[in-house]
Ligand binder design. Structure first.
Ligand code: P6P
Length: 341
């Protein structure tokens, strides 16, 4: 029997019926994000052909070189959210602070969005997969007011939806709005995201570990001991594991979500909170991995339980298959008093 094509918009509308209280606002916001992703995808696919490769010569708040596609993606998502009417403000990795939308329609909206508009952008010029990451919170401030910082400094447990777009061999949008994690693959001939991965569950055990081992001399003893554990032959526990690290979190996360594995960006000697951002990478990906049956921790606390204190706060991240995250936690417990840092 031919499988019926279910588009993202059909799926969102269908799921909305499951929630009698749903007013369609979250549905509309998800559709606005998906539309912006299609526009960004179109530019990424032709980036090599037109002059939007290469740096803008400017840098972002972290001092990282900003590529033209970074700027395009950031502008596109902010424009889409500003006009959505379902979003009253956005915090973007590419912006110094959050942006409060001041048009009357936006001020009446119930949601704010935290996002990394183009994660892994250093890979743009070498045609390696990159991605967009987003998390959606209900605002805490009064509807009709302008949103404020507290709307964004919410724990990941408060997320109402989160997802990512991976611009790879195919372009996929993966999200959860509180229930299952579903993947939708963009069919360029239709211009539609179509359901392709229903109810994604991350394998409890995995055989892939993802970490930038060039920082070995900056890792704690527990992290180095765990990496050696991953490399050690032991047939009973399916080791050695395979090392896979792309340098694009969305890509490494997505592969591990489907196949099983652990992605780690731990504390480094000179960066005690690591590199990745709590609001833009940590919380959305932790929300998704827990909905898919996995774990995400700083090594000491679930990522979703960390209270944000700043929009650009960084956090150490160990995320992926439950058994592998629990194993690295055990190493941290065992060696934490004997840190080599
Ligand atoms: P490193 C990309 O710049 C990014 O934010 C993530 O997508 C990626 O996992 C990480 O940084 C790579 O960092 O230090 O290994 O180059």
């Amino acid at each position: 029997m031919l499988n019926k094509i279910i588009t993202l918009n059909e799926y969102i509308a269908h799921k909305q019926k499951d929630f009698s209280y749903a007013t369609g606002e979250l549905s509309g916001l998800l559709q606005d994000i998906a539309l912006a992703a299609k526009i960004v995808n179109r530019e990424i696919n032709k980036a090599g052909l037109v002059n939007i490769l290469g740096a803008t010569g400017s840098s972002n708040v972290y001092g990282e070189e900003v590529k033209k596609l970074d700027v395009f993606a950031n502008d596109q998502f902010i424009r889409s959210l500003r006009t959505s009417g379902e979003c009253c403000g956005v915090a973007s990795e590419e912006e110094e602070s959050f942006i409060a939308f001041e048009n009357e329609k936006a001020k009446k909206a119930h949601y704010v969005v935290c996002m990394d508009p183009l994660d892994g952008s250093s890979n743009i010029d070498v045609n390696i997969s990159i991605g967009t990451i987003f998390g959606i919170y209900r605002r805490k401030s009064k509807v009709s007011d302008i949103c404020n910082l507290d709307d964004f400094l919410q724990k990941g447990r408060e997320l109402v939806a989160a997802g990512y777009v991976i611009y790879g061999s195919s372009t996929m949008l993966v999200y959860s709005a509180g229930g299952k994690v579903n993947g939708f693959t963009l069919d360029p001939s239709l211009g539609e995201f179509c359901l392709s991965h229903h109810d994604i569950k991350i394998p409890k055990k995995g055989k892939i570990y993802s970490i930038n081992e060039s920082y070995k001399n900056s890792f704690s003893k527990s992290v180095n001991e765990f990496v050696e554990y991953c490399k050690t032959e032991d047939k009973a526990t399916n080791r050695p594991y395979s090392s896979r690290y792309v340098g694009s979190m969305v890509t490494d996360f997505h592969r591990n979500l489907i196949k099983g594995g652990i992605f780690m960006y731990p504390a480094l000697r000179n960066h005690p909170n690591g590199k990745l951002r709590l609001l833009f990478e940590g919380c959305p990906m932790a929300y998704l991995v827990e909905k898919a049956g996995g774990r995400a921790t700083t090594g000491y606390t679930d990522i979703l339980d960390v209270q944000p204190t700043g929009v650009h706060q960084r956090v150490p991240i160990f995320i992926g298959s439950e058994d592998m995250v629990e194993k690295v936690e055990a190493f941290i417990q065992k060696y934490e008093s004997v840190s080599s840092l």
